[in-house]
Design a protein around this ligand. Structure first.
Ligand code: HEM
Ligand code: HEM
Length: 164
């Protein structure tokens, strides 16, 4: 298992613990702590749920597609941006009731960093799911060679050389 996969899964578990702590504090002291709801919701959904999905996806999608991950270094960058971004967002939401200006700046920076992190994931997965043009052409050529002429034979993507 790649280190970034393991670290995404570990981050997910840490965020689950953060979410649970915030959830319990809201349940116990709603009058003071219900303002932490967005911090709790994002620690749970963007932290626990999403980071678990990222870790599993980075491990499983290259195996499903039979293609290596487009960029392992981008996955490592994603790991850092996702955690720093979410820490700033959660910290910002926790600070806002007491230190509004600092908390608001942390939230805004964290939101942008988290969005960039999601962009890294979207790009990397999209490219890993896409079949390279050369492989697609090779598959089309094999398919058209296997089928008899005129029987559902697909149009070749490139001009076939004359026979003989
Ligand atoms: C020990 C575990 C947990 C506790 C004690 C807990 C507790 C709470 C409490 C007290 C609220 C505020 C409800 C209100 O507005 O009155 C809340 C909201 C929320 N929780 Fe949890 N929670 C826990 C785990 C989770 C997990 C694992 C998830 C998701 C994977 C989650 C997702 C949410 C979301 C999305 C909201 C906001 C719902 C809304 O927008 O109204 N929670 N939780
Ligand atoms: C770049 C990533 C994200 C950013 C910057 C972001 C930002 C926000 C903001 C600013 C709010 C309003 C909070 C408020 O009431 O003051 C919000 C609410 C919410 N977001 Fe996100 N979000 C992100 C990703 C996600 C994802 C991936 C999920 C679910 C998988 C999610 C689920 C929710 C939910 C359930 C609420 C309502 C929470 C509540 O009841 O307090 N968000 N989000």
């Amino acid at each position: 298992m790649e280190a970034f996969v393991r670290n995404f899964l570990r981050s997910s578990l840490i965020w689950l613990a953060v979410a649970a702590a915030l959830g319990v504090s809201m349940a116990l002291w709603p009058a003071d702590h219900l303002a932490y709801r967005p911090a709790h919701a994002h620690a749970a959904l963007l932290g626990f749920v999403s980071m678990f999905i990222f870790g599993v996806a980075y491990h499983v999608i290259p195996r499903f597609t039979g293609r290596p991950l487009e960029s392992r270094s981008l996955a490592r960058i994603h790991l850092w941006l996702a955690n720093v971004g979410l820490a700033l967002m959660v910290g910002g939401w926790l600070m806002r009731p007491t230190w509004y200006r600092t908390g608001d700046v942390a939230l805004k920076v964290g939101a942008v960093v988290s969005a960039v992190a999601l962009g890294c994931f979207i790009y990397n997965m999209w490219r890993t799911l896409s079949e390279p043009a050369a492989a697609k052409r090779a598959r089309q050529t094999v398919l058209s060679a296997e089928r008899p002429a005129g029987k559902g034979r697909p149009l070749p993507l490139v001009e076939e050389p004359p026979e003989g």
